[in-house]
Design a protein. Structure first.
Length: 539
């Protein structure tokens, strides 16, 4: 049965709060636990609704007894206002904070108050959720993996006149009450990344805003309205504002938009961005009917990367250049241009994560060749090179040349079929040639050729060479009776070639045979290639 921890020294913590002592707790209110705790302690709270206005204690953290439950609404509910005015930090995790006719969190005063919310749910049912008025530059409110909801009209998520930061990462702020009341800041910083927001934002004074990879959908309200002389930085965000402009930029306000930012609005005048301030932007994606910019000062900033990214299961995502005119010279051109002869390479890369990349383009640093490369850059793993004068090279195309550098004595003469080792390689593109044996790296048609010199050949001897592959042999090559054809040193040359079909991992080799005497005929070898073989992939 549950034990009263006030008399149980073997409990998991000295600070456990539950609605009743019978649930294995030693406190039934969070306030009483805070009064008993000191810096370094953690108060564990069991599921229940705690209607309390709290004053957090520096260094004392509040957490759900069952831990933070990412993706689930916390079952520990604090119905009231948590007011933090002292210096130091407090972490609240896995807890639902809910308004009760007042703010659910207040950070006020002049101390360096530092609040961290982790995996919390901020339920703004009947009042604005957060007031942040601290005048200390060390004060902060940070939220990570939190959810919030604005459940009625006339309220908002936060109001801030604080000197420092409110923001966080991986948060989702919804607006089930369809409130059009903006969250506001007149000082300090608002910084959110990798989050979604359904509330409008209005900043004045010197307030600074930084949004990175934030999705903002405010129904039919302007997503961000700026005034004063603060700066707003937007990177790789997605704004949706219905019948209102996505941003209204006030006089003296500077807005910088970078990355791949999308603006979706159907505002009647056609201007997604408007106002008397300044905006510097890289190319934007306009997804609604409004695609104009009506801001007094506009600057297009250089672009290093433009990215089209979406998930479209079972369907393609395409980028098209289309000229629908069916008249002469009505071209459609996708053009890549670099700065000049000493600049970089215009190229297109094809990437499948975890697979081989492919790139094609002009190698501006090497004779302006057109390159196809099996990598993410030209000049590395080039598969094809086209010169401006018309020549084509295939640097990785399998090919080899090998020869006998020493004579294989007494190889044949009595009809023995001898496999020639061609022991010295001149080149071997792709490392597919072993001693006397070529192994096909891919299925295809391969050309092979050979010239074989045999020594000690008699007048009555008859011989030939054969190109032997896994699929078939090409025999009788160079078949001849040496009478009258051998040289003065009794050497006789046999030559032949074949276009062979080979499958992946098939092998090819060269054999020779000669009959008419004892096994005294050798396969001649020397440092100059006289007995040699070659091969290459043709198609």
């Amino acid at each position: 049965m549950p034990t009263n921890n006030a008399t149980n020294n073997y409990a998991c913590s000295s600070f456990i709060v539950a609605p009743t002592i019978a649930e294995g707790a030693n406190f039934t209110t969070i306030a009483s636990a805070l009064a008993a705790a000191s810096s370094g302690d953690t108060i564990f709270i069991k599921p229940g609704t705690y209607t309390e206005d709290l004053t957090p204690v520096e260094g004392v953290n509040l957490t759900s007894f069952y831990g933070s439950q990412l993706g689930n609404t916390p079952q520990v509910i604090i119905l009231g206002n948590c007011t933090f005015t002292t210096a130091g930090s407090v972490v609240i995790s896995g807890i639902q904070l809910e308004t009760n006719g007042d703010f659910l969190l207040s950070v006020t005063g002049s101390a360096a108050s530092f609040i961290v919310l982790e995996n919390c749910f901020l339920n703004c049912t009947n009042n604005t959720g957060i007031t942040y008025t601290s005048s200390n530059a060390g004060a902060q409110i940070l939220m990570f993996d939190c959810e919030a909801d604005i459940a009625t009209t006339g309220i908002t998520f936060f109001v801030s006149t604080a000197l420092n930061l409110i923001g966080g990462n991986y948060n989702s702020i919804s607006n089930s009450g369809a409130s059009t009341t903006p969250s506001t800041s007149s000082l300090g910083s608002i910084i959110f990344s990798w989050s979604s927001l359904e509330i409008p934002l209005s900043v004045t004074g010197t307030a600074f805003v930084s949004f990175r990879s934030v999705f903002i959908d405010t129904g039919n309200s302007t997503c961000i309205t700026t005034a004063g002389n603060g700066e707003t930085l937007i990177k790789s965000c997605d704004f949706s504002s219905g019948s209102a402009p996505c941003m209204t930029i006030g006089v003296a306000t500077n807005v910088i938009i970078t990355g791949q930012t999308a603006l979706t609005t159907v505002v009647a005048d056609g201007f997604a961005l408007t106002g008397a301030g300044s905006v510097a932007f890289s190319p934007l994606a306009f997804r609604g009917s409004a695609s104009g910019i009506n801001v007094t000062s506009q600057t297009i900033t250089p672009v290093s990367n433009i990215k089209i990214s979406a998930t479209n299961t079972g369907e393609e995502i395409s980028c098209q250049v289309e000229n629908t005119s069916n008249t002469a010279s009505s071209d459609a051109t996708f053009r890549l241009t670099t700065g000049g002869s000493t600049s970089g390479d215009p190229s297109v890369a094809y990437v499948v994560p975890g697979a081989t990349d492919w790139t094609h383009g002009i190698d501006n640093s090497d004779q302006d060749r057109f390159i196809l490369s099996a990598s993410d850059a030209l000049g590395t793993t080039n598969v094809m090179e086209a010169f401006v004068t018309g020549e084509l090279l295939y640097p990785l195309q399998p090919a080899f040349l090998a020869f006998n550098s020493v004579t294989d004595a007494n190889a044949t003469g009595d009809g023995t079929i001898f496999t020639i080792d061609f022991n010295t390689q001149v080149y071997d593109v792709g490392s597919n040639y072993g001693v006397g044996v070529f192994t096909a790296p891919v299925t295809g048609k391969y050309s092979f050729g050979t010239s074989v010199v045999m020594d000690n050949v008699g007048t009555a001897d008859v011989g030939s060479i054969t190109i032997v592959t896994s699929n078939r042999s090409y025999s009788g090559l160079g078949l001849q009776d040496p009478g009258g054809t051998k040289d003065v040193n009794n050497n006789l040359t046999f030559a032949g070639d074949a276009l062979a079909d080979m499958d992946f991992a098939d092998t090819a080799s060269i054999t020779c045979t000669l009959s008419g005497q004892a096994k005294t005929v050798g396969v001649f070898g020397t440092t100059a290639p006289t007995t040699f073989s070659w091969g290459k992939l043709d198609q």
